[in-house]
Write a protein that binds this ligand. Structure first.
Ligand SMILES: [Zn+2]
Length: 201
């Protein structure tokens, strides 16, 4: 069921300066902490997992970790890019920077689409949390793969339920995949760490 590393979408990269460090400082710190916790990383076969993003204020654009950066303990600004535009129905993203967006950027876009108040999205992989929290928190249906229009519809279904309060979801069809979100990055990280304490104690 692991579908990491499979690019299901078209990504157009406009080569440009990477995001300014000032704009993504918190994102960079958060990502490196998650790497240290093993929540972002790389599988033995070299496929990376986990990614974080931050909405650019009052827009539908966001900064996100670049593709295949999961092996690096620390990222620089050049490892991030800006998702400037996306089309969920067409499975297409347009990004700007030195590196293409994570292959899961469409999943992040789908979360931001749920609510303009969502400012940050964390997607990690953790087998213990994934299996313990499955069906205890909002959980996407098993047949729905990440980064597809079907996943976006599935998230809307969950958001009509308890997802706005939980701010955490399990992706049943995406092995080990969990998403936390909040109005800001610090709160999203709190949501995730609280879930780890609750389900992986
Ligand atoms: Zn994933």
């Amino acid at each position: 069921m692991r579908d990491e590393g499979v690019t299901k979408y078209r990504c157009e990269l406009e080569i440009a300066a990477p995001p300014k460090v000032d704009a993504i400082k918190d994102l960079m710190h958060c990502r490196d902490r998650l790497f240290a916790q093993g929540l972002i990383g790389v599988y033995p076969d070299g496929i990376g997992y986990g990614n974080v993003s931050l909405r650019i204020a009052d827009s539908n654009r966001f900064y996100i970790t670049g593709t295949q950066t999961g092996h690096k303990p620390t990222l620089t600004a050049a490892d991030y890019c800006e998702v400037a535009d996306y089309d969920i129905a067409q499975n297409r993203v347009r990004c700007r920077g030195k590196i293409a967006a994570s292959s899961e950027s469409m999943t992040h876009a789908a979360v931001y689409e749920l609510d303009f108040g969502i400012g940050a999205v964390i997607h990690v992989h953790n087998r213990a949390l994934w299996s313990a929290a499955m069906d205890q928190v909002p959980t996407t249906a098993g047949g729905v793969a990440y980064g597809t229009p079907e996943m976006a519809a599935e998230m809307r279904r969950l958001y009509a339920g308890t997802l706005p309060q939980e701010r955490l979801l399990v992706m049943a069809g995406h092995e080990e995949g969990v998403i936390a979100f909040a109005p800001n990055l610090a709160e999203a990280e709190v949501v995730l760490n609280a879930a780890l304490r609750t389900y992986c104690a």
